[in-house]
Design a protein around this ligand. Structure first.
Ligand SMILES: [Zn+2]
Length: 344
């Protein structure tokens, strides 16, 4: 199922801002070109104030609400609200909830919520990095606190580290947060030694990678580090922070993922969800700033979500440049998960 809506174009971050309404237009145009009549569509609902407050302070929620009375509010040098931002950001958080509800209720096997503004940099009390409310974290908290789930996986392949999501669940064993990201890079967090704390120790897994890594390195990290841990965790629901700014053509990121790479990552996560939780999986759009790449990657993910999951997957043998990262991550996580010397 797809959750998409032209109202996601209403938030305006400023002239010459990469996180622009045309991103949604490009995705909707791509969807309309798919001509797949069996693909269900659903309109998003708005998240309630209580749902936003699952991850954000009431004071901060009220601060964002007040921006609706101003033409422009600057939260940081990259993050600007227009009068329509409050409504659009509520619709973004609500769109991921719409997708999650549809999958839980059996109306869809899996879903892709094509939303903006993105969410994974948003902190409990602060907007940053183009993000206002942490859409994926609100969905994960909702699954835990409202639906009583005990194990929710968030896999974040956006080129940037999802510092907001990591922060929100840093002490939580119910939500396993895993991120592949360019490092060093914005926002500066996500080193290997950040593995959670308190009851949540071991439930944050970071794979920081240098620029120029591509499909083979990412798939090796998936096969030798992330998926072995995810299988031990046995998620009841799989959420993807699907940013496409690690595509080789993206103007902000320095990674080299292709459409085939996104397809292969989606395929692996779908297989994981099939094994652990009857295929329950929702992807939510985060970054991705080259419009053509965005649409092509979105199409790759959608095509994979529509399949029955019987294809054979060969474990990645290439991508040896990723081995030192896998080995070092395994070292930091050795007390919490069983991972082999090369992660297998
Ligand atoms: Zn990003």
């Amino acid at each position: 199922m797809l959750v998409a809506d032209r109202r996601y174009m209403n938030h305006f971050a400023g002239r010459v801002h990469p996180e622009r309404p045309a991103r949604i237009a490009a995705m909707i145009e791509m969807i309309e070109g798919l001509k797949r009549s069996e693909l269900k569509h659903s309109a998003p609902r708005e998240a309630s104030i209580e749902e936003l407050a699952l991850c954000h302070s009431e004071k901060y929620v009220a601060t964002v609400e007040r921006t609706a009375t101003c033409d422009r509010t600057d939260f940081d040098p990259d993050t600007h609200a227009s009068a329509e931002t409050w409504a659009t950001a509520r619709l973004a958080a609500g769109g991921v909830l719409t997708a999650v509800e549809a999958v839980l209720d059996g109306a869809a096997d899996n879903a892709f919520a094509i939303v903006r503004p993105p969410g994974h940099h948003a902190l409990p009390q602060r907007a940053m990095g183009f993000c206002f409310f942490n859409n994926i974290a609100i969905a994960a908290s909702w699954l835990v606190k409202v639906r009583g789930m005990q194990r929710v996986l968030i896999l974040d392949w956006d080129v940037h580290h999802g510092n907001g999501t990591q922060d929100i669940f840093y002490e939580s064993p119910e939500v396993l947060y895993m991120s592949t990201h360019q490092y060093p890079f914005y926002p500066g967090t996500g080193w290997l030694d950040q593995i959670g704390s308190g009851a949540g120790i071991g439930f944050t897994v970071n794979a920081p990678m240098p620029a120029t890594f591509g499909d083979t390195e990412y798939l090796r990290v998936f096969d030798r580090l992330l998926l072995p841990i995810a299988r031990q965790f046995k998620p009841e629901f799989v959420l993807i922070s699907a940013g496409f700014d690690c595509h080789f053509r993206d103007p902000l990121g320095g990674m080299r993922i292709t459409e085939d790479g996104f397809l292969a990552m989606t395929q692996r996560l779908q297989r994981l969800a099939d094994e652990c939780c009857e295929g329950r999986m929702v992807a939510a759009l985060e970054g991705g700033y080259d419009l053509q790449a965005l649409a092509q990657c979105g199409r790759a993910v959608i095509n994979e979500l529509g399949k029955d999951g019987d294809e054979h997957i060969t474990a990645a043998k290439d991508g040896v440049r990723a081995m030192p990262i896998i080995q070092r991550a395994s070292y930091f996580l050795r007390d919490y998960w069983q991972i082999g010397p090369d992660g297998d």
